[in-house]
Design a protein around this ligand. Structure first.
Ligand SMILES: C[S@@+](CC[C@H](N)C(=O)[O-])C[C@H]1O[C@@H](n2cnc3c(N)ncnc32)[C@H](O)[C@@H]1O
Length: 284
């Protein structure tokens, strides 16, 4: 039987996915820069995700942590309180400036920020090995094989990648065909590809799947409609098509949201996955 090349399969699935095709060569960093303020408010004080990580990955006071795609510090900040130091790799300037504000406000001085994409970080030059390497919700890369190999080289003991699996906020299966001339929504590659890539590297990773529910908070219907249009990569061909889509989305929004204290809440659920492995146990 012919061996499956999972690294190549990931690349193909990434390129052929609806979002991969819609983005083309556009950089994810611009996307996250635009979302930095919203993301910070949405994740501020979220203790659940770091707690789930710590259930499986032991981090002690003498240890060093590398957080890839650190965002505004949801993991970096709580881990900096436990570990000896944290290196936060975060290429988005807006995410970085928000994280710096939190670090200053909370008097945290053991975090070093590397303002680069993971693909551009040079091991041994930009950073050394760390006891623990994490990449929570940040590895949107075409060359997943390279990214995982670099994570494995960068860690001394433990590594953990977290990713979304199914998210209901944007209702892609239902809305994508309506906004894209009937085309079905093709999802990107999921965590199973990562597990296979790691397996081919001789790494037998653990997987934990967990479920989260959350309200996304908006000030107006128009704001949700804009969020949907951007997440669904809708570019109107003319004024008529924009009006048609606005009307469809407004109806959809009214069906899926509720009002509370003058805000509009959109309840969403997501399956999330931790893929984690150990190279060798830490000595402390
Ligand atoms: C969904 S946010 C997650 C932030 C943080 N890890 C958390 O869970 O709160 C994704 C972050 O990954 C960063 N990112 C995207 N592509 C990246 C890459 N190739 N290398 C490093 N970081 C990346 C983005 O700038 C963004 O801050």
């Amino acid at each position: 039987m012919k061996e499956i090349n999972w690294k190549e399969r990931w690349r193909e699935a990434y390129q052929q996915s609806s979002i991969g095709k819609a983005r083309g060569n556009r950089d994810w960093i611009d996307f996250w820069n635009d979302k930095a303020e919203w993301f910070d408010e949405a994740t501020l004080g979220d203790t659940k995700e770091p707690a789930i990580l710590l259930e499986h990955v032991k981090i002690g006071p003498g240890m060093t942590v590398l957080d890839i795609g650190a965002g505004t510090g949801r993991f970096t900040i709580p881990l900096a309180r436990i570990a000896k130091s944290v290196t936060a790799v975060e290429p988005s300037p807006k995410m970085n400036s928000r994280m710096k504000v939190h670090l200053d406000d909370q008097d945290i001085s053991n975090v070093t920020i590397i303002a680069k994409k993971w693909q551009d970080v040079i091991l041994g030059k930009d950073i050394g090995q760390h006891d623990v390497v994490i990449a929570p919700y940040s590895l949107a890369v075409e060359k997943m094989g390279d990214a995982l190999e670099k994570i494995n080289s960068a860690t001394r003991h433990h590594a953990c990648v977290m990713t979304w699996f199914k998210r209901t906020f944007w209702d892609y299966d239902h809305l994508w065909p309506i906004l894209h001339g009937g085309e079905p929504f093709i999802p990107g590659p999921n965590y199973l590809y990562m597990v296979h890539i790691l397996h081919d590297m001789g790494i037998y990773a653990n997987v934990r799947v967990f479920f989260r529910e959350k309200d996304k908070v908006f000030s107006s219907e128009d704001e949700i409609i804009e969020d949907l249009k951007s997440a669904l990569y809708f570019t109107p061909s003319d004024e008529k098509s924009e009006k048609r889509v606005n009307k469809i989305l407004r109806k959809h929004v009214r069906e899926v949201t509720r009002e509370e204290d003058g805000k509009i809440l959109h309840h969403g659920t997501s399956m999330r996955v931790m893929v984690y492995w150990s190279k060798s146990p830490p000595s402390t």
